[in-house]
Ligand binder design. Structure first.
Ligand SMILES: C[S@@+](CC[C@H](N)C(=O)[O-])C[C@H]1O[C@@H](n2cnc3c(N)ncnc32)[C@H](O)[C@@H]1O
Length: 308
């Protein structure tokens, strides 16, 4: 499955949080770092219903041959980042902040990539520019459908632009998401460019490497075959209500960006959550070189009738 951030209507996803900040005692903040942990969400199983709890910790594992990039330099904002002229993270986002204040922090518009504050930033955990690191405010449930297996819906109303989940570890092919942020940034392979143009700070060597990689296809993927969060149960739709957004926080390597799903529109309770998997038709080839086909049961008026 492709989770590209830029193919038409398509989602994408996830670097890992490599450290947490603690508020300094006394005057102001001291940017002191505390031991790392990767926060995620824990799924509780109730009979044939999974309920996403608002507590829990889940580790994100990287394959042995994948080295997690070092933490990027951070901004010097104290408390919360509010001044886009002074915040170095805002500068990376084209001199503004991607999240707007209403509804607890909404993504104003889809972008090539969102730079959030990270472990080396002096702001605290409640900074709005850490929105996708602050967890879900919505209760999601996994339920059984007639023809698509498991699916996910929200018990709560989700306003447009709210993060609904992060694509986490989905090794069956059904649960593999390509991290193709670099390809999206260049509008390659049929991916649609986003509204905001950003350029990721990188060395000459990294730039040459990225230019080569973006043309040959995604280098890394998220594999949620054996473990993952609730996002692994989100189905495809040809008319999706979620879109994929690449988010960089602890490091700035777009090849290993976090993939976060955001609401494209207001979502009413009990409506199935879905996004466009972004397969190009006839792009999936079986072991003997035969093109594979898979029927789509999304039920959208403009359904393409095939997932791939
Ligand atoms: C990431 S999983 C989604 C969760 C899955 N329904 C399950 O039960 O585990 C992707 C798989 O779900 C099924 N699926 C997702 N969207 C579908 C759709 N629109 N039509 C038919 N099957 C779909 C396909 O089997 C696909 O390979």
């Amino acid at each position: 499955m492709s989770a590209s951030s830029g193919r038409k209507g398509q989602p994408n996803g996830g670097d890992d949080a490599q450290g947490n900040l603690r508020e300094g005692k006394g005057n102001g903040w001291n940017c002191e770092r505390v031991p790392k942990s990767v926060h995620g969400w824990l799924l509780f199983l109730y009979f044939n219903l999974f309920v996403l709890s608002k507590i829990g910790v889940q580790s994100v594992k990287a394959a042995e041959n994948v080295s997690i990039p070092p933490n990027a330099p951070g901004c010097n904002c104290k408390g919360k980042c509010t001044n886009a002229e002074k915040c170095s993270c805002a500068r990376l986002n084209g001199n503004d902040f991607p999240y707007v204040h209403d509804d607890g922090g909404r993504l104003g518009e889809p972008r090539d990539v969102v730079f959030e504050c990270g472990p080396n930033c002096c702001c605290g955990h409640s900074c709005l520019n850490r929105r996708s690191q602050q967890g879900l405010n919505y209760e999601l449930e996994v339920y059984r459908t007639k023809d698509k297996g498991w699916a996910v819906r929200s018990r709560d109303f989700i306003p447009s632009g709210a993060p609904s989940d992060e694509l986490d570890n989905v090794s069956e092919n059904d649960y593999i998401f390509d991290i193709d942020c670099l390809q999206t940034m260049k509008g390659l392979g049929g991916r649609e460019r986003r509204f905001r143009n950003v350029s990721i700070p990188s060395s000459n060597h990294a730039k040459k490497r990225d230019d080569h990689i973006s043309e040959t296809g995604p280098e890394f993927c998220i594999d949620a075959g054996t473990s993952g969060n609730v996002a692994r149960f989100i189905n495809h739709s040809c008319e999706p209500i979620l879109y994929v957004q690449c988010v960089l926080s602890s490091h700035h390597d777009a090849r290993l960006a976090r993939v976060v799903l955001f609401a494209a529109d207001d979502i009413f309770p009990m409506k199935e959550l879905n996004y466009d998997y972004g397969y190009l038709l006839d792009s999936v080839v079986g072991p003997v070189g035969k093109i594979k086909e898979f029927p789509c049961y999304c039920g959208a008026a403009d359904c393409r009738k095939r997932l791939y």
